[in-house]
Design a protein around this ligand. Structure first.
Ligand SMILES: [Zn+2]
Length: 383
């Protein structure tokens, strides 16, 4: 299906959302015909009485949402757009209390047209679902979600790739088998970074992954923070040298993204190449699949390497839709340049290692890595 058709269909359906909201509001008014009393004669108590009604304005003036993976009817707004509530009369200062969950700093505007414009500061987080509550008026909580830009489109057949990579290994061994099944069904060739310790239990998995066209690469032996001062050079070297490999892959991805000059040197001495990522799905945080889809698509660009985790709670759920949308945008979903070549002829570019090298220009000497933060992250990252 062409992405343009998808967008148009989404847009068409979207146009009905404000109508639905308005209809619900009208029904609510019908059910409570006496719900709009005249304002009291005296200003006591100091706070004005609750407003009779309010309706949420859908984002009809905003660009149409794209890449909506679900059929829910929640409004979607751009990260920089305000959520707008229209009231039956102009608002007075301090009349209402507005809160949003998850909590974010808010900017409130009360133009004289009776609307209340609520914006996140500096902006809403992309792809996040929020619930806005208003105290002081009969407004039901308003759930909405922020949209993210669509992935950068590439020209199908020009061999521009988007590389999926999966770190770590789950406690449940079968989870890793499920990943291979899913990647096979979706025809994705991925970079896989299990630990050396895990692979010792699953040589068969490495063989199967390789047979399916994936690369099994080095994520250290036991997933330590290799920048901690307490580890000797020999310990760090062993962690690097005894990491997983399929015999071909020479990429090393440091656990917890923790590397310093010593790690970089030992990686090079081992004949390996540091490999990070361009797009972090943040799937280990447990966000719903829809959020993962939004985050990843919003950052997708030609040659990008995206980070996922085998143990991500909703990762597998997000993969089919990601594959569909990325292919629709023209990407080849493989680490392997020859796959792109078969699409594009002789001129497919190799993996953009130069860019990864530039990524590695971040300070290797100073300042020292934030061990505390890395340790906290490590505590959240399951093995
Ligand atoms: Zn890891």
């Amino acid at each position: 299906m062409l992405p343009g058709v998808v967008q148009q269909a989404r847009w068409t359906r979207w146009a009905f959302v404000p109508v639905g909201v308005a209809a619900a509001w009208a029904l609510a008014r019908l059910a409570t015909p006496a719900a709009a009393p005249p304002p009291p004669a005296t200003p006591e108590p100091p706070r004005a009485p609750p407003l009779a009604s309010a309706s949420a304005l859908g984002p009809v003036a905003l660009p149409p949402p794209v890449f909506l993976p679900s059929d829910d009817a929640e409004p979607r707004i751009a990260a920089t757009a305000p959520m707008i509530l229209r009231f039956s009369r102009p608002l007075r200062a301090g009349e209402l209390t507005v809160s949003v969950k998850p909590a974010v700093e808010l900017r409130l505007e009360r133009p004289p047209d009776g609307t209340l414009r609520v914006s996140g500061v500096p902006r809403w987080k992309m792809g996040r679902r929020y619930v806005l509550s208003v105290e002081g008026a009969s407004v039901p909580p308003q759930a909405f979600r922020t949209s993210v830009p669509p992935p950068t489109r590439v020209t199908p057949g020009e061999g521009q790739r988007f590389v999926f990579s999966f770190d770590d290994a789950p406690r449940r061994l079968r989870q890793a088998d499920r990943l291979l099944s899913l990647l096979s069904a979706l025809k994705i060739k991925a970079l896989l970074f299990p630990t050396g310790t895990w692979v010792k239990q699953r040589h068969d998995w490495v063989e199967q992954a390789k047979a399916q066209g994936h690369r099994v690469c080095n994520h250290s032996l036991s997933h330590l923070n290799l920048t901690l001062p307490r580890y000797t050079e020999e310990q760090v070297r062993r962690e690097i040298v005894e990491g997983a490999t399929d015999g071909d892959c020479r990429y090393f991805r440091p656990p917890l993204m923790a590397y310093d000059a010593r790690v970089a040197r030992l990686v090079e001495e081992a004949g390996l190449e540091l490999m990070l990522w361009d797009v972090d799905s943040r799937d280990w945080e447990g966000a719903p699949a829809e959020d993962l889809v939004h985050l990843v698509l919003g950052q997708a660009r030609p040659g990008a390497v995206a980070l996922f985790h085998v143990h991500g709670e909703h990762t597998f759920e997000a993969l089919p839709l990601l594959a569909e949308r990325l292919r629709a945008a023209g990407y080849v979903l493989s680490w392997d340049p020859s796959d792109a070549t078969s699409d594009a002829g002789a001129d497919a570019a190799p993996l953009p290692r130069e860019r990864w090298r530039r990524l590695l220009q971040v300070p290797l000497e100073e300042p020292p890595p934030d061990h505390e933060a890395a340790a906290r992250e490590g505590a959240r990252e399951l093995l």
